[in-house]
Design a protein around this ligand. Structure first.
Ligand SMILES: *Cc1c(COP(=O)(O)O)cnc(C)c1O
Length: 477
């Protein structure tokens, strides 16, 4: 088949993110030209299932009729007006709806926690985190008198790729090279139950998944970090977490109760809680709440949203915050307490219009019912993978699934990254018409919400076949 023109141009001119371009240039790239629902089509007319929702962004499928209509309607008015100096209809409506969506029920467990009342728009997950960082930093200086506000975040954390967001992150492979460019933040142990150093009982995988011996040592580590910072008189201004499940760390879910416990510790020490729900927001983690924090009755002081905010249509982000933080930036003009931050496309009307349509979609009861069915179906299908000896752990939270591949499930010995096992498995899946991207040795399945049960089955069977191809196993278990 002739090389599509776009493939030639791509090879000549485009530099891809998180990609070893030497490898990229060796093979013909898949040129995606259109999509509908969970299906993407390439320049040769081949169809694929979008098994990672186009890197965790797409919620309702491609070319969704109501999202398309909302976008077209806004395009008939204006594509962009600036939030620097002007209000806009879609952005103001979206802000109001986000505040409403993030409202917590008046349940007792939420009592005494802050309310999110204001929305600062930006362009992507990284900038949503930059905004949260700067607000938390300045809030701590102004209200707690801290001269050098510090941040605590989780080992393996990924909060984006701008310098502030990278400073908050702790993935050595991505971040080590830039260490001299970054400001220091403290990492603290994150729960990773499958590889928990405090749970050495590794008899079988069912055992590992029950965490029967858990003494919440990882929560103790968070407590120690706060105590140590207080003793050194270097109090922590804010604690940043990806609630419920860490994404780029390898889809590592937190055990039930971890978030609530650590949030309470942070609050006890007067730190703000920054919830990075760039990946987990908008129903990804299942259940009826749109935000992962709310599963554990935790309301953050700063809630960062992006990826699925526009249903995955356009780059747009939001940082929700409390009245108290907002008020710390009020004053006479000449006091210069203004939040000096903004981007040219802040509050973009096209993005806001499609985000409003996406929120309306999320509220439809039949959509929620389908997400539940899809989630349960995925659980059943994934369970069939346990029999493969290179499947070490299966982690599912709502419509997020991570399949961790290991050399040997009895020892949990990881494959060396250089062996590119995750990449090879995903390449084999692409040949079977299923697109996803690994995180090291973890295969990601994060289907769009419109995915049918049959399509979900195909995603899993393509993974099973690809495992057989790349990691053939000769013995039963
Ligand atoms: C993707 C992601 C980000 C960064 O978002 P971008 O839009 O890619 O800048 C931040 N935090 C989390 C948890 C993410 O998954």
């Amino acid at each position: 088949m002739p090389l599509p023109a776009a493939a030639r141009l791509d090879h000549r001119y485009v530099w891809h993110p998180f990609t070893q371009m030497q490898d990229w240039l060796r093979t013909e790239p898949i040129v995606l030209v259109s999509g509908r629902g969970a299906v993407l089509r390439d320049a040769h007319g081949r169809e694929y299932l979008d098994a990672n929702a186009s890197i965790w962004t797409n919620l309702h499928g491609h070319q969704h009729p109501r999202l398309n209509a909302a976008l077209r309607a806004q395009l008939g008015r204006v594509a962009h007006t600036s939030a620097l100096g002007f209000a806009s209809e879609p952005a103001s409506q979206l802000a109001a709806q986000l505040v409403r969506a993030a409202q917590t029920p008046r349940a007792t467990r939420f009592r005494g926690q802050p309310r999110l009342r204001k929305v600062f728009f930006s362009d992507n997950g990284s900038t949503a985190l930059e905004v949260a960082l700067k607000l938390a930093f300045e809030f701590a200086r102004r209200t707690r008198g801290l001269t050098h506000p510090r941040f605590l975040s989780l080992q393996g954390a990924y909060h984006g790729d701008t310098v502030g967001a990278v400073s908050l992150g702790h993935i050595d492979l991505f971040h080590a090279a830039y260490s001299k460019l970054l400001f220091r933040t403290s990492p603290v142990m994150a729960p990773y139950c499958y590889r928990c150093p405090f749970n050495r009982a590794r008899a079988d995988r069912a055992e590992a998944r029950t965490y029967r011996k858990c003494g919440w040592e990882c929560v103790g580590k968070v407590e120690q970090s706060f105590d140590l910072a207080a003793r050194r008189r270097q109090p922590i201004a804010a604690f940043a977490v990806e609630p419920h499940i860490q994404g780029a760390a390898g889809l590592i879910a937190q055990p039930e109760g971890w978030l609530q416990r650590t949030a309470a510790i942070a609050r006890h020490h007067g730190a703000l809680l920054i919830a990075d729900e760039v990946m987990t927001g908008f129903g990804r983690t299942g259940g009826s709440s749109l935000f992962a924090s709310h599963h554990e009755q935790v309301q953050p002081d700063l809630l960062c949203l992006a990826k699925g905010l526009t249903g995955g249509y356009l780059p747009m982000a939001a940082t929700l915050t409390t009245q108290a933080i907002f008020d710390a930036f009020l004053g006479d003009y000449a006091e210069f307490k203004t939040f000096f931050h903004g981007h040219s496309f802040t509050g973009n009307p096209l993005g806001a219009a499609v985000a409003l349509a996406s929120l309306a979609e999320l509220r439809r009861p039949e959509g929620l019912a389908h997400r539940r069915r899809l989630e349960q179906h995925l659980t059943r299908e994934l369970a069939t993978l346990w029999s493969h000896p290179h499947v070490g752990d299966l982690r599912q939270t709502g419509l997020i699934a991570g399949i961790e591949l290991v050399q040997d499930w009895t020892t949990r010995q990881p494959f060396p990254l250089a062996a590119r096992v995750g990449i090879r498995v995903c390449e084999a899946m692409a040949r079977r018409g299923v697109l996803t991207r690994p995180i090291g040795n973890v295969i990601v399945l994060m289907p769009p919400y419109c995915t049918t049960l049959r399509q979900a089955s195909r995603m899993v069977s393509a993974l099973a076949e690809s495992l057989e191809e790349v990691l053939p196993h000769h013995r039963g278990r």
